[in-house]
Ligand binder design. Structure first.
Ligand code: BGC
Length: 247
């Protein structure tokens, strides 16, 4: 079944129709810069642009870089404060006229990796982290998601992990791979201690450069790069929204 997957991030909003039977994009994705300020109204307008571009009227899966509980965004770490307690699902449904489901972006990326990517068929405890503007996390045990885990906000050396280890910090501070890799290692070692995962999957655009920083990771847990890279959010959003039609 085909579902339009939309991945809303702090810097870009990407969309593509996804064949949810195999996780493939049906055509080239479209990326539009996230409007600034990234108010709900402006972002919803961009989502409408994406729908118009693909002339889409079918089911839509959408991510948000925020806690999403019962269709309401409950936080706004890297987006406009207007998203706190915003009824995103209801508003997007009303303004697009499409059946639509909203998931946390890292949960969506995790769903995609567990279904078609680096965690496919894994039955243990799998931790997926997306390293981008912030750090997103998703946790799976025996293939079942524990949603909204928000592990980018655990405290590391007196500050939020994402403020110290996100990929955007590496770029902004021009950190060498060794320095950033060691920070990441420290953070991952803390998560390894807390959760004893069987597998850690690292996603986000920087997963493409895995070979550059993996030499600095000293964990016992197996750590692998995400297989679906930056498409994971769109694919997972579409997979999550399949239930709208399946049910
Ligand atoms: C947000 C998460 C999100 C992550 C990645 C964090 O700042 O709190 O909800 O998954 O960034 O976008």
């Amino acid at each position: 079944m085909d579902v339009l997957g939309i991945d809303i991030g702090g810097s870009g909003i990407k969309g593509a129709p996804v064949d949810t039977d195999n996780g493939r994009l049906l055509c080239e994705r479209l990326r539009i810069d996230t409007p600034q300020p990234s108010t709900p109204d402006a972002v919803i307008e961009t989502v409408r642009e994406l729908l118009a571009h693909f002339a889409w009227r079918g089911p839509v899966g959408c991510t948000m870089p925020a806690i999403v509980k019962a269709g309401v965004t409950r936080s706004a770490a890297n987006i406009d404060d207007g998203w706190v307690d915003f009824p995103v699902e209801q508003s997007l449904r009303a303004r697009t006229g499409c059946p639509l489901l909203v998931s946390n972006d890292a949960d969506a990326a995790g769903i995609a990796e567990m279904t078609f990517g680096a965690g496919k068929d894994h039955q243990g405890l799998v931790l997926i982290l997306t390293l981008g503007t912030g750090i997103g996390s998703s946790l799976f045990y025996r293939g079942v998601l524990v949603p909204n885990s928000e592990l980018g906000h655990v405290e590391i050396r007196g500050r939020e992990a994402e403020k110290w280890t996100a990929n955007v910090v590496r770029k902004r501070k021009k950190l060498k791979w060794k320095e950033w890799g060691s920070r990441l290692d420290y953070y991952l070692a803390h998560l390894e201690f807390l959760f004893s995962p069987d597998l850690i999957i690292l996603g986000g655009g920087v997963s493409r450069r895995f070979a550059r920083f993996s030499p600095y990771l000293t964990l016992e847990t197996q750590v692998v790069p995400a297989a679906l890279r930056n498409d994971a959010g769109m694919i997972g959003a579409a997979l999550a929204a399949r239930s709208l039609v399946d049910d």
